[in-house]
Write a protein that binds this ligand. Structure first.
Ligand SMILES: Cc1cc2nc3c(=O)[nH]c(=O)nc-3n(C[C@H](O)[C@H](O)[C@H](O)COP(=O)(O)OP(=O)(O)OC[C@H]3O[C@@H](n4cnc5c(N)ncnc54)[C@H](O)[C@@H]3O)c2cc1C
Length: 398
């Protein structure tokens, strides 16, 4: 057996032995563990699973040992994720620190910043949120106006961030701030790490159409931030921000793939709600067509994803394929959710109440929540602009 095959077999048997059966079921938002100072485990099994993975250092297997990872290579880390997916293992920790900030700190952070923040992220001790968007700066992010002025050893922050997911539960926020108002807009921005317990920060939750309230507006009123919390060069935060956005878009592009591998997908929904004809096919030709299109699209997305992985392993390919994945993955996920609600017929009108089962209500709310996927992390229109310019080489709009 090759070394890779041995590693795969060992990883698989460790996961089989250590992942409790309940942690191999499809996960709902209420069952996710996000860590942090005030984080609580949704169940005893979730605690056991997280702690075993933390001891094994497989929460972030590819991070260096010194920062709470297992120091594994890209290929081994991918094998662990692969085997987890095949066994249906839940992610033990949901974390913007793992998905976005950690990789950016590994690239741009000082040693002191890495030592302070990476182990805390890997061990689930710190929960992070993202302070990029502002009321007047979303797609045109570089127009942000939150000011940070230098005062001795500190920055003093004033302004507000909007759509800050889970800011009301986060311990820290990574933030883009304007440090040089006179410079060209991309060149006057810095990247700061801010403790959410700092005096002068106020957080107001915003309610969403899905009934959830994962958003906040975050206000900064003369908030003092040590200068040691600056990541990358002063006024050089745009480079850090762009690198981090790449990780965010990769994550968003994988959401559709993950959903497709969940136990309760479009096929299961069809089996439960759609009548079949004498040959066992879905009787309604329009639904049959929509379902087949969706399955084909998911298959194509899955294969493209595989191609991206193979290209990156072989250090071949232009890397441009990955650019289209955020757009394709999130748009298809919206179509999947709409299709499922349509298949449910009048049961797809449920919002609450005894006439509807829990999964029916979850599906309807999931469909409404999915509208956000093609906005968060850069809207679909902006993704199309990026694809047009960077992948297809089309001229920009003047
Ligand atoms: C679920 C969710 C979670 C989020 N979490 C966070 C978070 O944690 N932290 C954070 O900082 N932000 C977060 N955001 C904000 C997100 O990044 C912004 O909503 C997004 O970048 C779009 O900005 P906007 O809302 O200001 O829309 P706008 O930029 O005002 O855009 C409005 C519309 O105009 C279109 N448009 C704008 N410019 C162009 C153009 N040049 N060409 C074509 N069309 C254009 C857009 O596509 C969109 O349809 C989140 C958003 C969502 C939905």
């Amino acid at each position: 057996m090759s070394d890779t095959a041995v590693f795969r077999a060992t990883a698989r048997s460790w996961l089989e032995e250590n992942c409790p059966a309940s942690q191999r079921q499809p996960i709902t938002p209420g069952e996710q563990y996000w860590g942090g100072r005030n984080g609580s485990f949704p169940s005893e099994d979730a605690r056991i699973w997280f702690e075993r993975m933390r001891e094994q250092r497989w929460v972030v297997p590819e991070w260096p040992l010194a920062y709470g990872g297992a120091g594994l290579g890209e290929q081994e880390a991918r094998i662990i994720k692969d085997e987890m997916r095949k066994l249906g293992c839940r992610s033990p920790l949901y974390s913007l620190g793992i998905w976005m900030l950690g990789p950016a700190l590994l690239e741009f952070g000082s040693e002191a910043q890495k030592d302070e923040h990476l182990p805390a992220i890997a061990q689930g001790r710190a929960r992070w949120c993202q302070g990029y968007s502002e009321p007047g700066a979303g797609s045109d992010l570089a127009s942000l106006q939150t000011r940070a002025e230098i005062d001795g050893d500190h920055f003093v922050l004033n302004g507000s961030k909007i759509w800050t997911s889970q800011a009301d539960r986060a311990d820290w926020i990574f933030c883009l701030v304007r440090t040089d108002p006179a410079a060209r807009k991309q060149e006057g921005i810095s990247f700061l790490l801010i403790d959410m317990a700092s005096p002068g920060i106020t957080v107001r939750p915003i309610e969403l159409i899905s009934g959830a309230s994962e958003f906040c507006q975050t206000f900064f009123d003369n908030v003092r931030v040590p200068r040691g919390n600056l990541v990358g060069p002063l006024h050089g935060g745009w480079g850090v921000a762009k690198a981090l956005l790449k990780h965010e878009r990769k994550l968003m592009s994988e959401i559709g793939i993950e959903s497709a591998t969940r136990a309760y997908g479009a096929i299961e929904c069809a089996k439960r709600y759609l009548p079949v004809n004498a040959t066992g096919q879905v009787a309604d030709a329009v639904m049959r067509d929509r379902l087949a299109r969706h399955e084909m699209q998911m298959h194509a997305i899955g294969l493209t994803q595989q191609r991206i992985i193979e290209e990156s392993k072989a250090r071949a390919g232009s890397g441009l394929t990955a650019l289209v994945m955020k757009y394709c993955g999130t748009e298809e996920e919206k179509r999947r959710q709409e299709l499922m609600v349509a298949m449910m017929g009048s049961q797809g009108l449920g919002w609450e109440g005894e006439d509807f089962s829990g999964p029916e209500i979850d599906t309807v709310r999931g469909m409404l929540g999915s509208k956000a996927l093609s906005i968060a992390g850069g809207s679909s229109e902006i993704q199309l602009n990026i694809i047009a310019k960077r992948a297809l080489g089309l001229p920009g709009v003047t």
